[in-house]
Design a protein around this ligand. Structure first.
Ligand code: NCD
Ligand code: ZN
Length: 344
């Protein structure tokens, strides 16, 4: 059995910098035509000039025969200069702005605490149609980590959207039925990305039978009922939902320790995982909408002309980890055999 689809895009990706960038970029560029590149470097990518310089480093790290376009984002801070954002948008340097609540996840210390301080930026973005990518979790220590997405929708996201009519929002890496429902019923100005790993794991995978650091990511995986809601949304064909892998590599030494980093590295085997999930759900005919059509439609970009072919056969052997100049990075293990491979 085989399936030919338009080349996919990844609408949420961490490429990092330096040795890690050089190691992980080919893994994405092999299959994906474009990716929304997250700006949470240390220090973060805040200005148009920094986004431009980061894009140049990504292009310089691309394999010679690669056909891949990084779509850059700016990291929204309380000091963001709105004129700089508009100039970067007009110059075609950026495709979106990323909102991290301060302290919500890896390298988010410069994120927003007081949303009133960014209101003028959001107003301008609503005017120009520049999408806001949102990490949707509150950081209030009183709120249980498994409830942080649902509480964010109610206390932060919905008020921001009501106060900023026309603001175009991508709720990133949704993990709950609450997220699915909010986005599905939210009209044309909101969409959501769904990761590969949140379609596969629930919180038991992290915690049962010993703690599994390579399944720890943020937002943390929730209970099975939520995973099922995500699968239903992804395989439904609904244009509000599209792939953002949130492939987030960390060195194994940083994940396998007393206080391990959050992030699953899924770039290498994402398409094999997705084909398996969609096939299981009898939805292979809707895989292309999720990976290659719904994202460009929301971002108002053309779909890719090139295609890839997925082929079903004997289980594919993926390496357990990839090498970087600074040490190994473990690849996401879906916990089941992968029968679909992507033609070279
Ligand atoms: C991401 C990272 O490592 O940069 N980690 C993660 O668990 N997803 C940050 C993020 O997207 O939250
Ligand atoms: Zn991310």
């Amino acid at each position: 059995m085989q399936l030919t689809i338009r080349r996919p895009d990844d609408w949420h990706l961490h490429l990092r910098d330096g040795a890690m960038l050089r190691a992980v970029l080919p893994e994405t560029a092999r299959h994906f035509a474009r990716a929304i590149v997250m700006p949470n470097l240390v220090p973060p990518v805040v200005t148009g000039a920094e986004a431009s310089a980061y894009r140049a480093r990504i292009l310089a790290a691309l394999p010679v025969d690669a056909d891949f376009k990084p779509l850059m984002t700016l990291y929204l801070t309380e000091d963001t200069d709105v004129a700089d954002v508009l100039a970067a948008q007009a110059a075609g340097v950026i495709t979106a702005v990323k909102l991290y609540p301060a302290g919500a996840t890896t390298n988010s210390a410069s994120g927003v605490s007081d949303f009133n301080k960014v209101r003028h930026v959001l107003d301008k973005m609503a005017e120009t149609g520049l999408p806001l990518c949102v990490h949707g979790e509150v950081t209030d220590p009183e709120i249980d980590i498994f409830d942080r997405e649902a509480v964010f929708i109610e206390r932060v996201l919905d008020p921001i959207r009501r106060a900023t009519p026309g603001l175009r929002v991508v709720m990133e890496h949704i993990t709950t039925r609450d997220g699915v429902d909010y986005v599905r019923d939210g009209g044309a100005d909101i969409a959501a990305t769904i990761t590969t790993h949140h379609l596969i794991i629930n919180r038991n995978h992290i915690l049962v039978g010993g703690i599994k650091p390579h399944y720890y990511c943020l937002p943390v995986a929730k209970r099975e009922a939520h995973r099922l809601a995500l699968v239903q949304a992804a395989t439904s064909g609904d244009a509000s939902f599209f792939l953002g892998t949130d492939s987030a590599p960390h060195l194994d030494v940083a994940k396998e320790q007393a206080c391990g980093c959050a992030g699953c590295f899924t770039a290498t085997n994402t398409l094999s995982c997705l084909a398996e999930i969609f096939e299981c759900d009898g939805a292979l005919d809707r895989l292309e909408a999720f990976t290659s059509r719904n994202g460009p439609a929301f971002y108002r970009l053309p779909v890719n002309e090139a295609t890839i072919t997925l082929r079903k056969g004997v289980p594919v052997d993926y390496p357990a980890r990839i090498a970087t100049a600074e040490g190994p990075v473990t690849l996401f293990d879906p916990g089941f055999a992968l029968h679909w491979s992507v033609d070279a």
